[in-house]
Design a binder for this molecule. Structure first.
Ligand code: MN3
Length: 382
């Protein structure tokens, strides 16, 4: 049987390295044809030496010569710069693009891969948050082309197997509530970078960890679900579930609810995106049902997490609002991580950016990129 040929975008990040773990577990199913990374040339070189892909791309040019020296597998074509990525992922020999880029920079590769007939395993939620309307031709109830890696959306996809989308009443997305769920509102105003980087259940990159702390991440996931499953935002709700055992649920029109459960482990949604609609064996830690334990649920507290409401308002107003939301949030999170702004200013910057930028050009890749640039520039001035 022919192995699935994977091109991983962002192979040195959290999702990228866990995808490579899955490739190690499934040598009969998966093969790496290409890897790309932003700047971590040391790890990328190790990955090239281990997985022997045909192509490897490093985005930043600064360390290209050191990178080349560190690669001992001579048969890999080594390239430098973003411009090669879109071309390579569209090659005939690529079956699946695993997009684990962070932020709006992941959109163009998603669109290019889909347009050239590839399957996309999507960890880059911004592709849908910002460009969902443009990717719609590839969605429309067909989940074989664009398969979510995000654990909540993977859970929903698993619940929908064998179901008619017309029978869905609601999607219920679970949220851990992040590190500040139990903090009083006044204390949240004095949150530090260290506090915000301490997520209770998941090990993730810095950007998404901050987004989880503000619950902007859950807002982005609501928008992601809206595009992915083609449902109005009113039919999607979020509930806080601190144990992160139920990864999401679907309520059907007869009142039945399906959920997908498991201990938090991103390797499962990554593997499912690659095995879909099949399943493969995966060794992992299991829930011990003989231990007394509780699963609890509570509403999202919008006084503590105003970013969540901002995201919902953005998708309701539509047009470019989600693009502005995303771009200004990326800048605000970066500025918070650099300790230029306080935690609550993340919300203020995003809110101000949304009310400042109202553009009504026809929706296109170019106009989205223009809005993205404008929103970033504005968010840096606040
Ligand atoms: Mn998620």
């Amino acid at each position: 049987m022919k192995k699935q040929q994977l091109f991983i975008l962002g192979s040195t990040g959290s999702i990228g390295t866990q995808t490579l773990d899955i490739v190690r577990c499934q040598p009969g199913e998966l093969h790496i044809i290409g890897l790309s990374a932003n700047s971590n040339w040391v790890l990328l070189a190790e990955q090239v030496n281990e997985f022997k892909p045909k192509y490897a791309v490093i985005r930043e040019s600064g360390n290209f010569s050191e990178f080349k020296k560190a690669v001992t597998h001579r048969e890999t074509t080594l390239l430098c710069g973003d411009e090669h990525v879109e071309e390579l992922i569209c090659l005939d020999e690529v079956d699946t693009v695993v997009n684990s880029l962070v932020g709006f920079s992941g959109f163009r590769p998603t669109a290019a891969a889909l347009a050239s007939g590839k399957k996309v395993a999507l960890a880059n939620k911004e592709s849908l948050v910002v460009g969902g309307a443009l990717l719609q031709p590839y969605l429309n109830g067909n989940y074989d082309r664009l398969i979510p890696i995000d654990s909540e959306h993977s859970a929903i996809l698993q619940c929908l197997t064998g179901e008619d989308i017309a029978n869905i009443k609601k999607l219920i997305i679970t949220a851990s509530g992040g590190p500040f769920r139990t903090w009083p509102v006044e204390k949240i105003e004095r949150v530090t970078v260290r506090d915000a980087l301490r997520h209770p259940n998941w090990e993730m990159g810095a950007k998404i960890t901050i987004d989880s702390a503000t619950m902007m991440n859950k807002g982005l996931e609501m928008i992601e679900a809206h595009w992915l499953f083609g449902l109005p935002i009113e039919q999607i709700e979020a509930v806080v579930h601190p144990q992160s055992v139920i990864h999401s649920m679907v309520l059907f029109r007869d009142g039945s609810i399906k959920s997908q459960m498991g201990l938090p482990d991103m390797r499962l949604p990554i593997q499912y995106a690659l095995s879909y609609p099949d399943r493969w064996t995966l060794e992992s830690k299991q829930i011990d049902w003989m231990q007394r334990q509780q699963l609890t649920f509570e509403p999202v507290d919008n006084r503590k997490f105003p970013c969540f409401d901002l995201a919902i308002e953005a998708i309701k107003s539509g047009n470019y609002a989600p693009a502005v939301l995303n771009a200004s949030n990326e800048v605000a999170v970066e500025r918070f991580l650099n300790e230029e702004i306080s935690y609550i200013q993340i919300f203020e910057i995003v809110a101000k950016s949304i009310s400042h930028i109202t553009s009504f050009d026809t929706l296109s890749v170019e106009s989205l990129e223009a809005v993205d640039r404008e929103a970033r520039a504005f968010a840096r001035t606040i």
